[in-house]
Design a protein around this ligand. Structure first.
Ligand code: 1HN
Length: 352
């Protein structure tokens, strides 16, 4: 596809008149827009950006003084990409927000077609209930709420609990496939499983005998950071970091080996102090949340310095490299599984 100017310049009066008649007929000439529709490579409208955690945390606590979790249903600050403000999106396909739940609060149970993932940033004593099991939240834990599963949150501790939410809302709405409903009886769903049950059944390198995967998402909803951290430590001891990514793992559905949810994949990478990653790009715009450490990422030449709790985003096909000035752990998520399912995903390691 050529990347030249649209045909619209040097239009004759006859053509202009035709365009007027086309407009009245709810139609338009493809030749005037084709080069914007079919671009030679991605032209994301979302831009590289970082949300500083200390600044966002202050705003979140201010919101905590002004509205309860119950009144808000979910007390969340939406992270709006500056390139696409006003549509509750951090990328073209994903929603992200920072959620606060204060001691004693409950965020009432509901379910929706959109899938959600959460990375706990701070606080102890929080829980989220998914499909009848209460999952305790600890900092660094990765938690799933698959499509159409009831979920409610609570805080039984003494500290504010804050986490990063990621949802595929823009994908659901692209397909006009949104459904949602409140839990039919009360604010919190009935607890039907013991704590840790799903992890014990499906998340210990074993499965119930002759288990056949049900649904499109992982039967494990909780990926505790303690296990991830131990694994990353051992992998780092074993050596050979990836040139671009350091020591990087992807979260999986243990019953299939695939991504935990059909639309969103999640990743965690550890970079030793002084790591200077080779540039890389891929078509999945990626949301990062810094779990530990400090560093700087170059995104199409723009430098983004980051520290613990910060959230930053790399748009599709932007050349990205990470440097760690101290030992660092980055969590990230993207729409990679959706792109792969549609045969669209591409990646490239840049030689410099
Ligand atoms: C939602 O249900 C939660 O359950 C958080 O915590 C953020 C953003 C959009 C739509 C639903 C939650 C959400 C959301």
């Amino acid at each position: 596809m050529s990347d030249t100017q649209p045909v619209s310049r040097a239009e004759s009066p006859e053509r202009a008149a035709l365009y007027g008649r086309l407009d009245k007929a709810d139609s338009a000439p493809l030749w005037a827009v084709m080069s914007q529709l079919v671009t030679p490579e991605p032209r994301p409208r979302c831009v590289p950006h970082k949300w500083n955690y200390a600044a966002m945390r202050k705003l979140l606590l201010e919101a905590g003084d002004l509205i309860t979790a119950k009144e808000a249903e979910r007390r969340v600050l939406v992270l709006e990409n500056p390139g696409i403000r006003g549509i509750s999106q951090i990328t073209q396909s994903l929603y992200a927000g920072l959620q606060l739940i204060l001691p004693g609060e409950i965020a009432p149970s509901h379910r929706h077609a959109a899938s959600a993932l959460r990375l706990i940033i701070e606080g102890h004593g929080g829980y989220t209930a998914v499909s009848g099991e209460r999952i305790p939240m600890a900092p660094g834990d990765f938690i799933l709420t698959p499509s159409w599963t009831f979920h409610d949150h609570g805080n039984l501790g003494d500290d504010p609990v804050v986490w990063l939410d990621g949802l595929d809302v823009p994908i659901v709405n692209l397909f006009d496939a949104s459904f949602a409903e409140a839990y039919p009886s009360g604010e919190t769903q009935r607890v039907e499983r013991i704590p840790g049950e799903a992890l014990a059944r499906y998340g210990t390198n074993m499965l119930p005998i002759e288990y056949v995967p049900e649904g499109a998402s992982s039967p494990v909803f909780h990926y505790p950071y303690s296990r991830v951290k131990e694994a990353l430590g051992q992998i780092e001891n074993a050596g050979s970091p990836d040139e671009c990514h350091g020591y990087k793992l992807q979260y999986v559905n243990p019953a299939t080996g695939g991504y935990p949810m059909p639309t969103m994949g999640a990743f965690v990478q550890q970079m030793p102090s002084g790591f200077n990653g080779r540039p890389y790009r891929s078509t999945d715009s990626t949301v990062y949340c810094v779990r530990e450490g400090q560093g700087v990422s170059s995104i199409n030449g723009e430098l983004i310095e980051w520290g613990a709790g910060d959230v930053f985003v790399t748009p599709s096909w932007c050349v990205t490299s990470h440097k760690a000035s101290e030992h660092a752990v980055l969590f990230s998520f993207s729409d990679r599984p959706a792109q792969k399912a549609l045969g669209l995903w591409r990646e490239q390691r840049i030689n410099d």
